[in-house]
Design a protein around this ligand. Structure first.
Ligand SMILES: [Zn+2]
Length: 272
C-alpha cells in the first residue's frame, strides 16, 4: 500500500526515478527493506548488499547500531554511487540479573575453551552465509507461543558477572513443545549439544537474514534441508545454559542482532 502510494506520488511529483525506497522503523535491532532500480548495486555501511533481480534488498540495524548510518547505491549506467545518511533511534536497553546458573556455564573452565571456540566458529560461519533464499520477504510468524520470559537487548549480569546482551526473545514453553520455522529457509546449522546453547538450530532465510533457536531437546531437520514457514523443525527443551524450559529465538542479519519482536505481529493467546 505504501509502495503503491509512493509510486503514485513519485509519478505525480516527477521525483527522480533514482529515489531509493526504504521501509523500516529505523531503530536499533530492526530490519529495513529497500527497493532500488533493478540492476543497482547497494551498500550499507560499506557492505555490498545482495540485491534481487527486481532490485529489492534487506539489511539489519544491530542492537548497538550507531546513531547514523550510510547507504550508497549506484544504478546501471551511473558513473558514481549516490549516498544518503539516515538516523537510527537508540533503544533503552535494560540491565537484567540472573543468579543461580551453574558456575561452569558462566565462567567456563579452561578445559572447555577450545570447544567453545570451535562452536563459535560454526555459529559464525552460519551467520556469514549470503544466499538468494526468499524467506526474508515474508511476514515472520512466532516459532512458539507462550509467556514471553525474556526480551531482546537486555544487558545481562549472570551470577554477578557482566556478560553479552540477550540477543533474542525467550518464550516459556514446556520441554517437548513443537518449534516452527518462522519463515521459509534452509537449515544452516543443526547441533544437538553446544556448550552454551544446547540443542541449536539455525535457518537461513536468505540475503543474510537468519533465525537461531536454542536450548532445544530434539532436532527434526538436518543441515541443507529446505523448510517452510510453520513447519515443525524441533522440540523445545532446557539444554545448554538455561535456567528452565523455554525457547530462545534470535534473528540476525549477518553478525548484526535484530529483535524478533520488531518483525512479528502481537502473539495470539496460547490455547493452554
Ligand atoms: Zn534467551
Amino acid at each position: 500500500m505504501r509502495r503503491a502510494l509512493a509510486a503514485l506520488l513519485s509519478g505525480l511529483l516527477a521525483l527522480p526515478a533514482s529515489a531509493l525506497e526504504l521501509e523500516g522503523s529505523w531503530q536499533q535491532g530492526s530490519l529495513v527493506h529497500g527497493q532500488a532500480a533493478p540492476g543497482s548495486q547497494v551498500w550499507f555501511q560499506d557492505r555490498a548488499l545482495r540485491v534481487s533481480p527486481q532490485g529489492d534488498f534487506v539489511f539489519g540495524l544491530d542492537r548497538d547500531e550507531p546513531p547514523e548510518v550510510e547507504l550508497r547505491w549506484q544504478e546501471p549506467g551511473d558513473a558514481a554511487p549516490q549516498s544518503r545518511r539516515h538516523p537510527v533511534a537508540p533503544r533503552p536497553w535494560k540491565i537484567q540479573r540472573i543468579d543461580g546458573l551453574p558456575q561452569d556455564k558462566v565462567e567456563p573452565p579452561a578445559a572447555v575453551m577450545a570447544r567453545i571456540e570451535r562452536e563459535q566458529a560454526l555459529l559464525n560461519a552460519a551467520r556469514d552465509r549470503d544466499t538468494e533464499g526468499q524467506g526474508w520477504r515474508q511476514r515472520f510468524a512466532w516459532a512458539a507461543t507462550g509467556r514471553i520470559s525474556g526480551v531482546f537487548g537486555n544487558q545481562r549480569i549472570l551470577n554477578g558477572i557482566p556478560k553479552q546482551p540477550h540477543y533474542g526473545v525467550d518464550v516459556a514453553v514446556p520441554v517437548g513443545t513443537p518449534i516452527r520455522a518462522p519463515a521459509d529457509g534452509v537449515v544452516s546449522l543443526a547441533e544437538p549439544d553446544l556448550y552454551f546453547t544446547g540443542g541449536t538450530l539455525m535457518i537461513d532465510h536468505g540475503h543474510g537474514l537468519h533465525s537461531i533457536m536454542v536450548h532445544l531437546s530434539s532436532l527434526k531437520v538436518a543441515v541443507g534441508d529446505p523448510v517452510r514457514q510453520g513447519q515443525v523443525v524441533a522440540l523445545s527443551g532446557k539444554t545448554g545454559r538455561a535456567t528452565g524450559p523455554h525457547l530462545h529465538w534470535g534473528i540476525g542479519w549477518f553478525r548484526s542482532r535484530v529483535d524478533p519482536q520488531t518483525l512479528l505481529p502481537p502473539m495470539a493467546v496460547p490455547a493452554r
